[in-house]
Design a protein around this ligand. Structure first.
Ligand code: AHM
Ligand code: MG
Length: 345
């Protein structure tokens, strides 16, 4: 076979982000800060991805706090990922408030860090994140991912809870990194959605999915139907309508459910269809977390031309009251989600 040279003008995430200008975010902040923050975030994703790959090898899988045979403390992968993110985001000098699924309380950057010898630099951004989502899938080697959303502190604020208890419409950027057969980082800065794939040899995320757009209608539904006994009427009726469609030439939808939000949303963004984790009779507010699961995914979905709703309201417009609150989620192709909404009216 003759040697076919690879493309040489690669668009890396850093290059793309530098060139994009960040109309929405950078205008109001010191220019370049969001670029530095995103650069630090992409490093954490590479770090976590390398840990995910090594997990079974270096025996990271196990109960947090358990000691292994050599007596060293073993850390669960999600605990480790959380530490990786917190350390990197604090060190970036660009953050003021951090909210992690793994921490009960928000972290306020700039307050003296225990054991640290130097003063921390506080920045203007707040990052809300789930360091490693889909924990029930880790031990089986199924796709998992990191989800994040970014707010700019309000004018004059040094970073308080109020800076993160804001509707998703006020997020300046959001994204996720999926650790699957490859690592895929999907990002929006309020100007469409782009997908990047990690080239492990170069160590860079390369733009592989420019301007992701959801098809207006898909053929897939993605929901944990095992919860049907608890579902409210509109959800059951909608599911019935796509499994037993009435009308000539109409075909039933295919079911796909991984149980990792990042993977289920990733497929939905690329193939279309509908993903749901609704509130039901048992889980009154659903399962997924508003701040660092529903908001980032809703922003990505809307930026890709889709719709994200609880069934009764637009997710991005919810005013959070607490940092770990939950909400029902439906997101995906415009026509599919609108079909569902008809059953709620
Ligand atoms: P986790 O934060 O404990 O990992 O839970 C969140 C996950 C999501 O990734 C996924 O969409 C959902 O839980 C799956 O839940 P279920 O197993 O009830 O279907
Ligand atoms: Mg989670």
């Amino acid at each position: 076979e003759p040697f076919v040279p690879p493309p040489t003008d690669l668009i890396t995430l850093t290059r793309h982000v530098l060139g994009e200008g960040f109309q929405r975010a950078e205008k109001s902040a010191a220019s370049g800060d969001l670029t530095i923050l995103l650069s630090s975030l992409q490093t954490t994703c590479k770090f976590i991805e390398s840990m995910v790959r090594k997990a079974s090898l270096i025996n990271l899988i196990g109960l947090a706090g358990e000691t292994n045979s050599t007596g060293d403390d073993q850390k669960k992968l999600d605990v480790l990922s959380n530490e990786i993110m917190i350390n990197a985001l604090r060190a970036s000098g660009k953050t003021a408030v951090l909210v992690s699924e793994e921490n009960d309380e928000a972290i306020f950057v700039g307050e003296k860090k225990e054991g640290s010898t130097f003063e921390e630099t506080r920045g203007k951004y707040c990052v809300v994140f789930d360091p490693l989502d889909g924990s029930s899938n880790i031990d089986a080697g199924v796709n998992i991912g990191t989800i994040f959303g970014i707010y700019l502190v309000r004018d004059g604020s040094k970073g308080t809870l109020e800076d993160v208890l804001r509707p998703g419409t006020e997020m300046v950027a959001a994204g996720y990194c999926m650790y699957g057969s490859s690592a895929n980082l999907v990002l929006t800065t309020g100007n469409g959605v782009n997908g990047y794939t990690l080239d492990n040899q170069i160590g860079e995320f390369i733009l592989t999915h420019p301007n992701i757009r959801l098809p207006d209608r898909g053929k897939i539904y993605s929901i944990n139907e095992g919860n049907s006994a608890y579902y409210h009427e509109p959800v059951l009726k909608y599911l019935d309508s796509i499994k037993f469609p009435k009308g000539e030439g109409k075909k039933p939808y295919s079911a796909r459910y991984i149980g990792s939000m990042v993977a289920d949303v990733h497929r939905t963004l690329l193939y279309g269809g509908i993903f749901g984790y609704p509130d039901d009779k048992k889980s009154k507010n659903g399962k997924l977390r508003l701040l660092y699961e529903a908001f980032p995914m809703a922003l990505l979905t809307e930026q890709a031309g889709g719709v994200a709703t609880t069934g009764t309201k637009r997710i991005l417009e919810i005013q959070p009251k607490t940092i770990h609150e939950r909400c029902g989620v439906f997101l995906g192709s415009k026509d599919d989600v609108n079909d569902l909404l008809k059953f709620y009216q």
